[in-house]
Every structure is written in structure tokens, then in C-alpha cells.
Ligand binder design. Structure first.
Ligand SMILES: *Cc1c(COP(=O)(O)O)cnc(C)c1O
Ligand SMILES: [Zn+2]
Length: 420
């Protein structure tokens, strides 16, 4: 199986450029990385992965942010707005209430446009430039469009974003608009938007920057590399588990790939790889269904609903890469209700960490797995929070305290505070 954790590094095929090539995860067909636009396998339609003749070790990393890890990426430099190097927060009260040896929050909302999508775009938009395309596009539940708009603007390229009408949080639409993307509001859900933009890409009209694009996932690997280095520096140990919200399962695939490459390089033992644990909203949980059924395949959910709009996805395109990652690392997947998500969002906010609803699914899922005894008390866990609170101001206002009307005089304010 090509995605097994302990597979030996492959030798470079004739198509490789500087030891980098694209390879189909289903049939093994290989392709030159930068000569033609290609998202999936021409032979079998399978997902592609970027492969390297020589996966790097920790000793080769220097600098800060995504490009610290240039040795793990297909290019030496990207279109950058200084992405990555996000904080890994201590949360002592949460650590105690969830009851864990160690709990840290990796807050990806602290990226330039407020989500981890920036890590993928710094690489993906640079590859687009390398390929010489002139129009970028994505389907999005919001954050991908915000990131693509910003990185497309940075690169001086035309950008189209396809959004499900009425289902994208206000902050995200505002970002895409101001960063000068053309916003196409589709009368359908995210999965329908992706179907359309894939067809536009197949017809050569746009360059696709959804997580189906294998180069984007390369940038997102750096989340896993940062977590490992930060845990090692703080605890002298790797984390036992990483819990993350799952939509299209791009991050799950990317983190697994980062760890596989470290194992191939001899920098990590297979049994040291953190257990990848996905959290989905109960109203959009096809990955959880597949993991629970022990299935290799995903059943597309046609009707999905959750207030965590960033993970309102019924057909996770990266499932064939992510399911082996969850299985081979000994992880699992868990579904949480919208009320559990909101409760976790409030708990994080009370530790000073402001996240959008989808991000809180990781903590909500961790709490549930801990209560069920799936996660043990002696584990060291990193929870990924994927997007910033300001992305979805309406959800924040609904989950937080009600404003209290008071008169415009001090005695009146004091009387109000005294409860008169
Ligand atoms: C994109 C996104 C996700 C889903 O990530 P996948 O890699 O598609 O699983 C989760 N949370 C937020 C905030 C996102 O923007
Ligand atoms: Zn193939």
C-alpha cells in the first residue's frame, strides 16, 4: 500500500525535477511536477501526491514560518504574507477539566488571513505562477476563498471564488471581496460548488486551488512539523495525539504525509507518530461514518447542516489520503453536536483563545473521546483550532454574552451593575 507509514522512500522516476515528482496514490503513475497543469491521475483518476527522492530531517529546518520547512516543499520560496509560526498555547484550566497529562492548542487562526489555508496558498499560488497560469479559482466554505483572494492579490493574479449562497460567514466574504476576488454565489452547497469549479478547471478555464490540489497540502504539512518541534522543545517529547476539525480532510492528509516523510527520513519512529484524530459536526460526518464502519470509502452525504460552516461538507475529497492516516497512526474520528461545538468555543474563549465554530470541534471531540475513555489521562494532546473568532462574528455574538442596555450616566451604570 503506497500510503503505509513505513513505506521506503521511492527512487526518483525520469519525470522528476530536482528530486520532486507527482505520483498517483492509487496506481503509482508518475508525472513531472511543473510541466503541465494536472490535479488527478490521467490513468485512473486517483488523487496525486507530491513525492521527494530525499525526505528531510529536523536538522535541515531553519528560519521561521512555513518556509522554515522549504526542504519539505516543492519550491524554495513562495508567494508569502508571512504565514505559519502560529502559537501553541498552554491552557492549564482546560487541561485540568479535560483531565490530560498535557493539552496544548495550536491556533491556526493566527495566520495572516485568519486560517490555516494560508499555509497551503503560499505554496499553491507559487506553483500556479511557476506553471504560468493566469486565473485562479476555488470552491469554498469561506476560508479558502479569503486565503486565495489574498495570495492571488499578492501575486497579482485574477481570482474567482465560488461560494454556497447564504452559507458563508460574514468575515470571510468580506475578506474575499476586499482582496479583489470575483465572488460567484452558487445556488447550492459546498460540494456542488466544488463540482462546478472542478469542471471549470478540467476545461482549462481556471487553475484549481482547492485541497484536491496536491501542492496546497504540501504547505499544510508544516502545521504538523511545527507542532512536533514545539512539543519537543517544551516537553522533550512528541505529542501522543493531534485532534483536528475535518471538512475535506486536507489537513488530516497533510499531517499524515508530514509524519510519513519524517519516518522515511529516519527522523521519527513509526510508533512515535501522533495519533491523528478527526472531529466532525454530527450533521456533516461522512468521515466518522467511514472510520466507524472500517470502510475504505466515503459515502457522500447529500444533505449536510451545522453552524460550523467551515466543515459543512458531505463529500471529503481527500478521504482516500486521510483514512489511511487515521488508521495507520492508531487514531479515530468523532462526531460532535452544534451545542457541544458552541460550548467548546466558549471554553476556548475563556482561556483567551478566540476561534470560529468549526475550530472548536477539535476540543469538543477531544472532550467526548476522553469521557468515553478512548483518550487516556496520561496522553499529551495538541488540539488544532483552524480559524479565528472574527471570521464568524454572528456566531460569536450568538454564543457570547448579551449586550446590556444602560443609561449614559455613572449612577445609572452602577445601579445596573448592582442589579437594581
Ligand atoms: C478549511 C477548514 C476546515 C477543514 O479543513 P480540511 O483540511 O478541509 O479538513 C476546518 N476548519 C476551518 C476553520 C477551515 O477553514
Ligand atoms: Zn492513477
Amino acid at each position: 500500500m503506497s500510503l503505509s507509514l513505513s513505506a521506503a522512500p521511492a527512487s526518483a522516476p525520469a519525470e522528476a525535477a530536482d528530486g520532486v515528482w507527482l505520483e498517483c496514490i492509487e496506481c503509482g503513475e508518475t508525472y513531472a511536477p511543473f510541466e503541465e497543469v494536472r490535479y488527478t491521475c490521467g490513468e485512473c483518476g486517483g488523487l496525486l501526491e507530491v513525492r521527494y527522492a530525499e525526505p528531510p530531517t529536523f536538522a535541515e529546518f531553519s528560519g521561521e514560518g512555513v518556509w522554515r520547512y522549504a526542504e519539505t516543499l516543492p519550491l524554495d520560496a513562495g508567494v508569502s504574507v508571512r504565514e505559519g509560526a502560529t502559537p501553541l498555547y498552554e491552557v492549564p484550566r482546560l487541561e485540568e477539566s479535560v483531565d490530560l497529562e498535557a493539552l496544548r492548542i495550536k491556533h491556526e487562526g493566527m495566520n495572516p488571513t485568519g486560517s490555516f489555508k494560508d499555509r497551503g496558498m503560499t505554496v499553491g499560488v507559487a506553483v500556479a505562477r511557476e506553471l504560468g497560469v493566469d486565473r485562479l479559482a476555488c470552491a469554498s466554505t469561506g476560508n479558502t476563498s479569503a486565503a486565495l483572494a489574498a495570495y492571488g492579490a499578492r501575486a497579482g493574479m485574477e481570482t474567482l471564488v465560488l461560494l454556497p449562497a447564504g452559507k458563508v460567514a460574514a468575515g470571510k466574504v468580506g475578506q474575499a471581496a476586499l482582496h479583489d476576488a470575483r465572488i460567484l454565489e452558487v445556488d447550492g452547497n459546498f460540494d456542488a460548488c466544488l463540482d462546478v469549479v472542478r469542471e471549470l478547471a478540467d476545461r482549462g478555464e481556471v487553475y484549481l486551488l482547492n485541497s484536491l490540489n496536491p501542492f496546497r497540502l504540501e504547505g499544510q504539512k508544516t502545521i504538523g512539523l511545527e507542532i512536533l518541534e514545539e512539543f519537543r522543545d517544551d516537553y522533550g517529547a512528541w505529542p501522543d495525539r493531534i485532534v483536528l476539525p475535518v471538512g475535506n480532510a486536507g489537513n488530516t492528509s497533510a499531517l499524515y504525509k508530514a509524519f510519513r516523510e519524517l519516518v522515511q527520513a529516519g527522523a521519527l519512529e513509526p510508533d512515535e507518530v501522533p495519533k491523528l484524530t478527526g472531529a466532525q459536526a454530527a450533521g456533516a460526518a461522512p468521515m466518522v461514518e467511514a472510520v466507524e464502519n472500517g470502510s475504505e470509502e466515503i459515502r457522500r452525504w447529500e444533505d449536510v447542516e451545522t453552524r460550523a460552516t467551515a466543515i459543512r461538507i458531505g463529500n471529503p475529497v481527500n478521504a482516500p489520503k486521510a483514512l489511511p492516516g487515521i488508521r495507520e497512526t492508531g487514531g479515530t474520528a468523532v462526531a460532535v453536536t452544534d451545542d457541544e461545538i458552541t460550548a467548546a468555543q466558549r471554553e476556548l474563549a475563556r482561556e483567551g483563545i478566540g476561534v470560529e465554530p468549526a475550530s472548536a470541534a477539535s476540543l469538543a471531540g477531544l472532550r467526548k473521546l476522553r469521557e468515553d475513555g478512548v483518550v487516556a489521562a496520561d496522553e499529551r494532546v495538541a488540539c488544532l483550532t483552524t480559524g479565528h473568532l472574527l471570521k464568524d462574528p454572528d456566531a460569536a455574538a450568538a454564543a457570547g454574552n448579551e449586550p446590556e442596555p444602560v443609561p449614559a450616566d455613572t449612577d445609572g451604570v452602577l445601579a445596573h451593575l448592582a442589579g437594581d
